[in-house]
Ligand binder design. Structure first.
Ligand SMILES: Nc1ncnc2c1ncn2[C@@H]1O[C@H](COP(=O)(O)OP(=O)(O)OP(=O)(O)O)[C@@H](O)[C@H]1O
Ligand SMILES: [Mg+2]
Length: 475
């Protein structure tokens, strides 16, 4: 009884700790987004000021033969278009002349005619260009007067514009500063609370190692795991440890029981016997056997399946956002009322999803639909999706299946990158031996649900049992 209360208390405190951490994370991740919103707002205000300035100066500038920058640019574009048009006309004339020449020598009158046409074209072009560039005069002021007025107003207005811009920039800086200070205050406050709660948990619940004496560096332990389907023993008394931060490979011939092991860990299957322990955080080891399948992801365990499982009707970005559902802290009413807190959270998660897509080189597909995308890309999208749930352990069932050599090489780089960048542990099943030997720190070989050998890739490759059973060599 006392032990049960103790466990409940611990769970309560740990969930409090989780909430505080995610609050802090939210503030930290939202800060850059908020800063960007402020910057964009003042950039828009400055654009508007410049537009008004331009609108005021354009007529005066026209009258004084001093077009404003926008007017000048528009005229320049017009002149360019006109030149292009006349170039075509000249080309057409030259061709007509060539065709005439092909029929026989031209008479002097014909030559004169062609030359006259050419001259006319040039004249007409220059006349039209001059007309475009000429100052348009609608005011009754004399030229000198118009120029004087223009210069006077321009000096004054430019000064006003500069002052307004400076004021806006200062306001923006002040605003940003206030936002940053406020975030820093909130974070410091949360840090204090987190440290206090963490200290309390560590003091009152010294290392809860569950029922197993799990070493500090072990993330997952399978202990005498067996899974029987009727008369078939798919997993046979299997025990091994997966260490924190490693890439752990499980290999074995078809039907060896690899997917079954994954299904036991993620609770799709209920193992016939044996136990599974998992280090949920610094102080708590949980017995996975006690958790239902839908709670597994909340413990930080995510998986991909042997075949691609995406929501085909949603864009790639939305597929990622759906996967982040366990990370949402806003409740039912926040969703119903679409509160600012929820919007903030959505912005943060969207930024995170875009970041993940960028890490995996998938930015170009963010708004695409998965249907019809190359298989290699779909596999990467699945990987990206696992990262949205803040995983500690990522379980991959044959990530390289169906990929070509180049895609497999890319995948190897990506899996390592994910492990390093997102500081998680990777547990994979794979038939591609090149990939397994290349990226895994530890490899475990099984056959008919039984352990053959476990060790470094080199040791596994050299192991006579593995060679005999798996690689089909005589031992
Ligand atoms: N739900 C089930 N009911 C009955 N038998 C099952 C079930 N799931 C798996 N098996 C059997 O258990 C054995 C192990 O299957 P499992 O899918 O784990 O193999 P695997 O190592 O993943 O193979 P592969 O490399 O082909 O994916 C197989 O003989 C399979 O037929
Ligand atoms: Mg399988």
């Amino acid at each position: 009884m006392a032990k049960m209360i103790e466990r409940m208390l611990l769970r309560f405190r740990l969930s409090g700790l989780g909430r505080l951490r995610s609050q802090k994370n939210m503030i930290e991740s939202y800060l850059p987004i908020r800063e960007e919103i402020v910057r964009q707002r003042s950039a828009r205000a400055i654009q508007w000021m410049e537009f008004l300035h331009e609108a005021k100066m354009a007529p005066l500038g026209n009258a004084a033969g001093r077009p404003t920058a926008t007017v000048a640019a528009a005229r320049e574009a017009k002149v360019q278009a006109l030149r292009d048009r006349y170039r075509l006309k000249e080309k057409a004339l030259a061709q007509t002349r060539k065709r005439a020449e092909a029929k026989g020598p031209l008479s002097p009158e014909a030559i004169a005619g062609f030359e006259e046409s050419g001259r006319k074209l040039v004249e007409s072009r220059d006349r039209r260009i001059a007309a475009i560039l000429a100052p348009s005069r609608r005011s009754s002021l004399s030229e000198a007067e118009a120029l004087r007025k223009f210069l006077e107003v321009e000096t004054e207005q430019t000064e006003i514009l500069a002052r307004k811009k400076a004021a806006l920039r200062a306001k923006e800086e002040k605003h940003l500063d206030a936002i940053r200070k406020r975030a820093a205050r909130q974070i410091a406050h949360l840090d204090g609370k987190i440290a206090a709660l963490r200290k309390m948990v560590l003091e009152r619940h010294p290392a809860q190692t569950g029922d197993a004496d799990l070493p500090e560096n072990v993330l997952l332990r399978l202990q005498n795991l067996s899974m029987r389907f009727g008369g078939l023993l798919a997993v046979d008394n299997l025990s091994f440890d997966v260490k924190q931060g490693e890439i752990f490979g499980l290999i074995g011939p078809n039907g060896a029981g690899k997917t079954t092991i994954f299904n036991c860990i993620t609770r799709f299957y209920r193992p016939t016997s044996g136990e599974m322990f998992y280090r949920r955080n610094a102080v708590e080891v949980i017995r996975l056997n006690d958790f239902p399948v839908h709670q597994i992801i909340r413990q930080g365990i995510v998986r991909t399946f042997q075949n691609v499982e995406l929501v085909w009707e949603l864009s790639v970005l939305d597929n990622l956002l759906v996967a982040a559902h366990t990370v949402y802290r806003s409740g039912f009413f926040a969703q119903l009322l679409h509160t600012p807190g929820l919007r903030r959270e959505e912005n943060v998660l969207k930024a995170k999803a875009l970041g993940v897509l960028q890490t995996l080189g998938l930015s170009a597909y963010a708004y695409a639909f998965p249907y019809g995308l190359p298989y290699g890309i779909l596999k990467k999208i699945e990987l990206a999706r696992t990262l949205m749930a803040n995983p500690r352990l990522i379980i991959l069932d044959e990530p390289a299946a169906g990929l070509n050599d180049k895609e497999t090489e890319e995948l190897a780089v990506l899996i390592r990158k994910i492990r390093d960048d997102y500081k998680c542990t990777i547990f994979l099943v794979e038939h591609d031996m090149g990939l397994v030997m290349d990226i895994c720190d530890t490899v475990c070989a099984i056959s008919f649900g039984r352990m053959l050998a476990i060790g470094t890739p080199a040791a596994i490759q050299a192991d006579p049992l593995v060679r005999a059973a798996y690689l089909g060599e005589a031992s």
